[in-house]
Design a protein around this ligand. Structure first.
Ligand SMILES: NC(=O)c1ccc[n+]([C@@H]2O[C@H](COP(=O)([O-])OP(=O)(O)OC[C@H]3O[C@@H](n4cnc5c(N)ncnc54)[C@H](OP(=O)(O)O)[C@@H]3O)[C@@H](O)[C@H]2O)c1
Length: 240
């Protein structure tokens, strides 16, 4: 039995990862914005002992600090952390001037959730991962984090996912170069174009198909050794 932490666990991919983790017999910690949502409360009553639900906004440092401190009597270690929570504002069908019509508040919010939130969660929960004998971090980013020519949609989101990839690469380099004895596996991952609230306009797969692939990586069935560990949910290398 492993222990996993998933952020943004009340809907979409995060919910599927939490549910699948419980079905596999793991203990799961779910960080959610809305702890009274129908799906997560249903799961909580199905798995009262194995599921710990924490209501916290990942961008609020104090809330995440308290969340991490609050589980210390129940958990010594965490084996896998999936930084899944994310936001996407706007649509590819928006008819705007991408430069002069930029919504600065939404640009900031996107960076705050998709990048800073991920860093805050690891800042406070990493010490739990250090107790694991098979630790793994999966930062859910996106194919949008690709620095390539062509494509101008989802501007704020793409900036944030590129930054999240860089954050992941930097901490991967740190762990690899300075703390190799810990054996932390770390990936930045495109989860596929999923049929979720966020992904509806481009969907190709279900979030459960993505979650199945992600668990193959978590469990080591798929374990690519890459200097730049940007992969998709099938474990295939992503362009960067
Ligand atoms: N769907 C796709 O096709 C696709 C493609 C590439 C990458 N991704 C990435 O995959 C991840 C999951 O996306 P999804 O499709 O499952 O999206 P989703 O259904 O919109 O779920 C996102 C989750 O993040 C939570 N969240 C947002 N802001 C938060 C905050 N500040 N603190 C805590 N939780 C927060 C949301 O909570 P509420 O619902 O309560 O607001 C929701 O549970 C995201 O990182 C996304 O960027 C998705």
């Amino acid at each position: 039995m492993a222990t996993g932490l998933i952020t943004g666990a009340d809907t979409g991919l995060g919910f599927e990862l939490t549910k699948m983790g419980l079905l596999k017999g793991n203990r799961m910690i779910a960080i959610v914005l809305n702890a009274s949502g129908e799906q997560i409360t249903g799961l909580q009553s199905e798995y009262p002992d194995k599921l710990t639900v924490i209501a916290a906004d990942i961008t609020e440092e104090e809330a995440i600090k308290n969340a991490a401190a609050g589980i210390s009597d129940k958990f010594e270690g965490i084996d896998f952390i999936v930084n899944n929570a994310g936001v996407l504002f706007g649509s590819k069908y928006d008819k705007i001037d991408e430069i002069v019509d930029l919504d600065v508040a939404k640009f900031r919010k996107t960076l705050d959730v998709n990048v800073t939130g991920m860093a805050i969660v690891l800042k406070y929960f990493m010490s739990y991962l250090y107790h694991s004998s098979y630790p793994v971090i999966i930062n859910i980013t996106s194919e949008a984090g690709y620095l390539g020519s062509g494509g101008y949609n989802y501007l704020s989101y793409s900036v944030s996912k590129y930054a999240a990839n860089m954050y992941t690469q930097k901490i991967r380099n740190y762990l690899h170069d300075v703390r190799p004895e810990l054996g932390v596996r770390i990936f930045m991952m495109h989860p596929g174009r999923m049929q979720t609230v966020m992904g509806a306009e481009n969907a190709q797969i279900s979030p459960s198909e993505s979650a199945e692939g992600i668990y193959k990586v978590i469990e080591g069935e798929i374990d690519p050794k890459l200097d730049i560990p940007f992969i998709n949910y099938k474990g295939e290398t992503m362009p960067h």
